[in-house]
Design a protein around this ligand. Structure first.
Ligand code: HEC
Length: 144
């Protein structure tokens, strides 16, 4: 009797649970895996990041353009010359700053470390040195 109950129970279970799973078509399966997919992923510097939806952009997603960095961080002071900042596209002012610093790389390191009223990295704390460099190129017209 006991064995029969187990047998019937087992049969019932396999009907209820196994059958529908086997009937799932591929669309439903992919819908399910989409729904249970992780909402985000972590990627380390140097690793290629998943481009799937939900992947969080990070520094390793490639450098931003000078235009983008400038428009978000540097424009506040450099467009108007606030606090004595060399003005955007003022070639003479930028050449003078470059000369005073002693070359483009010195200018870059001043921008990275900050100089007088110029805050370190122009407040773009997650900017790479390279991104600061292209932002300087963008607003000054100088070339490294
Ligand atoms: C809060 C205002 C402010 C912001 C924001 C700012 N700067 Fe400046 N920047 C200044 C000032 C002021 C100076 C002039 C410093 C001095 O007196 O020598 C300056 C100077 C510089 C210089 C010349 C450094 C030198 O050696 O003379 C560079 C290069 C520079 N900024 C790059 C940047 C970049 C790139 C950004 C954006 C990522 C940025 N700045 C954002 C205020 C700012």
């Amino acid at each position: 009797m006991r064995a029969l109950i187990l047998l019937v129970g087992g049969l019932f279970a396999s009907l209820v649970f196994a059958k529908p799973a086997a009937d799932l078509d591929s669309t439903t399966r992919s819908e399910i895996s989409e729904r249970i997919a992780p909402v985000g992923s972590v990627c380390l510097t140097g690793e290629e990041c998943a481009s799937a939806a939900g992947a969080v952009a990070s520094a390793s997603s490639g450098p931003r353009s000078g235009d983008a960095i400038y428009g978000q961080y540097c424009i506040a002071c450099h467009s108007t010359g606030l606090l004595g900042a060399p003005k955007t596209n003022d070639a003479a002012a930028w050449q003078a700053a470059e000369q005073k610093a002693g070359g483009f790389s010195a200018l870059l390191s001043n921008a990275i470390n900050g100089i007088k009223s110029m805050p370190p990295k122009g407040t773009c704390m997650d900017c790479s040195d390279e991104e600061i460099g292209v932002a300087i190129e963008f607003m000054s017209g100088l070339k490294p």
